[in-house]
Every structure is written in C-alpha cells, then in structure tokens.
Design a protein around this ligand. Structure first.
Ligand SMILES: N[C@@H](CCC[C@H](N)C(=O)O)C(=O)O
Length: 275
C-alpha cells in the first residue's frame, strides 16, 4: 500500500489513497500502521475517498482504531496530500468529512511545507451535540472532581467533543494523569478530548491536549480551535488568537458565522507499507 507521512505541528498522520478500493477494515489498518514500534507509526490514519458532494472525502481514524468525525491538523495534511498529488487541481477546495464539508485554501511555502487555512464551521456549545449526559443545555465553567483534584471545565463540539480547562501553568504529568480520566468520564457518552490552556495575553495561549483515541499529542487542531473559541466566549480572549502547543503554532480567527484555523502541513516521507 503506497502511503505518505505528514505532520501538522507534530501531530503526525499516515495518508493512503482509497478512492478506488473498498475495505471494511480501516480500524484494523489504523491500529497496525500507527503502531510506532511495529510499523511506520502515527497519531492517526487519513483515508482519501471519492465524494459526491465535495471535491474529495476524508476519513480519519485514531491510532487506537476508533473513527472520529474531524481532525483539524489531519485536515491540513490531507489538503496538502490531495493537492500535491493532483487529486484536486485548485488552491481553494472542499473536503467532505463526517462533520460536514470543510473549505480549505492551500499555499506552498517551500518544497515540503504548505500553509493551509481551514473554515472550521462554528462548533456547538449544546450538551446534546457534544453527546453529554447532562440536565443543563450547555456545560460551561462547571466544577468537576477528578481523582484528588477539582477543575473548572467547559465543553463544546468542534467537529469532535472537546473539554477545556484553564490553568495557571501547563504540567504534562497532570495532562496525562487528569486528561485520561476526564476523557473517559461517564458524562461524555462518546468520550472527550481534553485541553489544558494557559493564557499568556488576550491574543496568545498555550495548549496541551490529551486526545481521545490516541493520548497526549504534540498538537490538536480542533482542540486549539475549541480553546480559543471557549476563551473568547468567556471573555478571556480576543477573536484573533495565536495558539501554541509543544509541536508548533496555529492561528485562530473567530468571525460572526465561522472560525478559521491557519497552520502548516509538512511532508515527512513516502513509501510502501506492508499491511
Ligand atoms: N488531532 C486531531 C483530533 C483527532 C480526533 C480526536 N482524537 C477524537 O477522537 O476526537 C486534531 O488535530 O483536531
């Protein structure tokens, strides 16, 4: 199976072109090829499919084999793959995802890096859309107890479920310890990604994300978007926010009707995989 490996701020992906194949076993393939010890290794698998309603369709699987509706860093890498491989021949195009159609704009920076701007839609604060058991309509600035600690958390759907915790300092041990607990809290019927956010000033935040289905990653595009959106909604942040994670930086621009995420997509290598 021919593949490319790419990353978006250190969140890495294997991409395979499946426009002319029909397997039912993508979960198994994702688990196998994302394993860092026994295969190429990645946080997730991106699959190129034909679309009837957009220029191309993206399917995304986490490294544990679970499917997710959206992946922000993955979408930028996917856009680079389909553009560089001439599957799509224009700089502005539409990608079908399980979270609907996303519009992207791609610009080549150098031979390996492209800058991709994605219209992320508007997200939702409604508990019913986040797949949460809760009596309230939204779940914003709520106190929860996790192991030995209390946190004030806010949740939203940004393509996939996200929970944001504002902290004074990011401690990676805490991200692992409490992130993994919050991910599986029974309030979240389909789990949640968990973002620990430090505000530097009105336009700059740092984020560390514990991801549903793949654990701690060096960056999470939907998580960085959700962190900026929740921060802005709670009047802690402006509408234009630079979001930095361990793997790099993306820019989030919040408009009336949609949110833009702009960031890099970088090719690492290509090859043939035994599956
Ligand atoms: N890394 C992603 C998010 C991938 C999906 C997530 N792990 C989930 O299962 O919800 C991103 O860049 O957005």
């Amino acid at each position: 199976m021919e593949f490319w490996k790419l990353h978006g701020i250190g969140n890495d992906f294997i991409v395979i072109d499946q426009r002319f194949n029909q397997y039912d076993e993508y979960e198994k393939i994702a688990k196998k090829v994302c394993n860092r010890k026994f295969s190429v290794g990645a946080d997730g698998l991106l699959i190129v499919k034909k679309s009837n309603i957009a220029d191309v369709k993206m399917l995304y699987y986490n490294s544990d084999g679970s499917i997710a509706s959206m992946c922000g860093n993955g979408l930028r890498c996917f856009a680079k793959y389909v553009y560089d491989n001439e599957i799509v021949l224009k700089e502005n195009f539409k990608i079908e995802t399980l979270d609907g159609i996303k519009e992207v704009n791609i610009n080549k920076e150098d031979n390996i890096t492209s800058l991709v701007k994605v219209n992320m839609g508007s997200g939702s604060f409604l508990c019913k859309n986040i797949s949460m058991i809760h009596t309230m309509e939204t779940f914003l600035e709520q106190k929860i107890k996790v192991k030995d600690k209390e946190f004030i958390v806010s949740s939203m759907l940004m393509g996939v479920p996200h929970t944001v915790v504002f902290v004074d300092d990011i401690n990676l041990n805490d991200v692992h310890k409490y992130g993994s607990e919050i991910e599986k809290n029974k309030m979240f019927l389909k789990g949640t990604n968990v973002n620990f956010v430090k505000i530097e000033d009105n336009n700059n935040i740092k984020v560390a994300t514990w991801e549903r289905g793949c654990g701690y990653t060096l960056g999470c595009g939907t998580g960085m978007t959700a962190s900026a959106v929740i921060g802005n909604f709670l009047r802690k942040l402006d509408k234009n926010v630079y979001v930095t994670s361990q793997g790099g930086c993306v820019k989030i621009d919040i408009n009336e009707d949609c949110i833009y995420m702009t960031g890099p997509a970088v090719k690492i290598c290509e090859g043939i995989l035994e599956v």
